[in-house]
Design a protein around this ligand. Sequence first.
Ligand code: DAS
Length: 345
Amino acid sequence: MALALCTALGAFGQTTTKANVVVLATGGTIAGAGASAANSATYQAAKVPVEKLIAGVPELADIANVRGEQVFQIASESFTNEKLITLGKRVAALAKDPGVDGIVITHGTDTLEETSFFLTLVVHTDKPIVVVGSMRPGTAMSADGTLNLYDAVVVAADKESRGKGVLIAMNDDILSGRDAGKRINIKTNAFGSQWGALGSVVEGKTYWFRAPVKRHTMASEFDIEKIDTLPMVSIVYGSGEMGTAMAEAAGKAGAKAIIHAGTGNGSVPNYEVETLRKLRADGVQIVRSARVPDGFVLRNSEQPDDKYDWVVAHDLNPQKAKILAALALTRTSDTKELQRIFWTY
Ligand code: DAS
């Protein structure tokens, strides 16, 4: 009888009738602080600790049992491969914990899209993993971080979020961690995907409209538990008069792959083709992406990829193509296999 009366207390120290959600904090604007409420764009990122972020949204307790861990406290432009791997291993370990139902990662918005894509490729779980940031620090008028964090916990606590890959919660949208990215650098509606949102969160309720079709998480051939380093991959930005120095320098610096962020449909200037072909002959993989935000690069369209033994990045922007190329190179250096991987994820 006594047992039935006691309220089961889980590791979160509260009732276990609600989902148990862990918030992993890494820094960014969502943890930022400015000098005044008028400073919505001038502030210091990565100042506020995770406990304060959670305490700043008492309504979280209505949604889930929430506890926090401070993994890093950095602006996300300073993320490294090492930090990606450390975060990935911590997420994977928590995902294996039967006492954890969902994971939220608070993160700077600058490289949030790379981290989200990386995690969706390497963490083998169908539990919700939701990455969230903010465009204004909590000290600013109309700060967006508290509602974004609330929405992220709602999504992480929602059973319908399971099996949809890593998700991004920003500005009431639920986005795919695979193909969503930062498209505006000074507004709260900063994130989006050319393929649209998966759903929306309104007043603590999720509304789902679509699910990802590309392979992720449980179906991924990449496993963070078998990854301790990533090979160097460089992005070379395409433009008129781009010259060949950047690609040559990347090769000299030891890049195992170069992501060509080409103009148009991944176009390559005639004077660049020979440089990239020489780098390919030296064993560097060449992946054609595009500086154009939407669309996808067609194989053998602007360049004879079959003849040159190059890869196309499909719809992945250069920074996402860099993440996938680095992971793919941990498993293969066969160009045909690399291309299969770019069609698949
Ligand atoms: N510097 C940015 C970052 O940490 C701030 C932000 O937008 O989160 O990504």
